[in-house]
Design a protein around this ligand. Structure first.
Ligand code: MF3
Ligand code: CO
Length: 266
């Protein structure tokens, strides 16, 4: 079912999305070698509840943590654990919050220390592809235009592996609403986009081949060739002439620049 949101609903959703951005910003300040991803998850749970919201992921289809923290060859849905982060780790943090009846759900990928040129490029290009997809989230376009733009910039231009099994989605009173937003597809295909449609657009891009598998825990998704995978996700509302990005990377990027333990491309 596709739900088009009213102006008032969009403002409520924006509040949830911005709380995710704020949580990611505060989490970025904590990132350094030696910290465990489980301690990050505990911080995330407390921060969300301290701001009058609930972590959307906890207990979602039985998911057992507040956040998904996916390191190196883990694509998405990584379980926070007792492993310490180390120099060279690539860490995607995906957070959802539920507040005032609406979910926010977005993600950012960080590098601990210098990841080297190849992975730095993968991070940069995956983020660029997200914005190329967002540019297409305009009324009158089709959902496939978003998918095509992401695939063009990542697979066609750089030869990266675009994950097929996981996709972006509509977002609102439920965390996953229609339509699905694949990161690959044909221009001009799929439903027509209308104002008020909120989408979570989330390229998941592998340095190597596109194939992935799920671990026996039922959640952790890894690249089949164990190459590094990068994940960026924004929540956007389809607009008449341009998309309205409800989430905000500004604070996260500032924290990334100011944290000496993190690699920052700018
Ligand atoms: N960003 C992920 C998604 O859109 C979050 C779901 S993880 C789960 O699917 F733990 F909640 F399942
Ligand atoms: Co999502």
């Amino acid at each position: 079912m596709i739900y088009y949101k009213t102006k008032a609903e969009i403002e409520l959703a924006r509040e949830s999305c911005l709380l995710v951005s704020k949580t990611l910003t505060e989490t970025a300040k904590l990132l350094k070698p030696g910290i465990t991803t489980l301690s990050l998850d505990q911080f995330i749970g407390h921060f969300i509840r301290d701001h009058g919201a609930a972590p959307s992921f906890l207990n979602y289809h039985g998911y057992p943590f507040n956040s998904c923290i996916s390191v190196n060859d883990v694509v998405v849905h990584g379980f926070p654990n007792e492993n310490e982060l180390k120099e060279g780790d690539i860490i995607s943090i995906d957070i959802g919050v539920y507040k005032n009846g609406f979910h926010g759900d977005h993600a950012y990928t960080f590098a601990i220390g210098n990841p080297g040129a190849a992975i730095a490029q993968l991070i940069r290009v995956t983020k660029e592809s997200l914005y190329k997809g967002i540019e297409k989230a305009v009324a009158g376009n089709r959902v496939g235009d978003i998918s095509f733009a992401i695939q063009e910039h990542t697979e066609k231009k750089y030869g990266y592996g675009v994950v097929r099994e996981l996709v972006g989605h509509g977002l609102g009173r439920s965390m996953h609403e229609d339509p699905q937003v694949a990161n690959y597809g044909k221009r001009g295909s799929g439903i027509k986009l209308r104002e008020g449609l909120i989408l979570a657009i989330e390229p998941m891009i592998n340095l190597g081949k596109r194939e992935v598998y799920t671990e026996p825990d039922g959640w952790t998704v890894r690249t089949a060739d164990h190459s590094v995978s990068v994940h960026f996700e924004h929540d956007v509302c389809v607009g008449k002439n341009r998309a309205d990005i409800l989430s905000d990377y500004t604070g996260i990027e500032e924290a990334e620049r100011n944290n000496p333990a993190l690699f920052s491309s700018d």
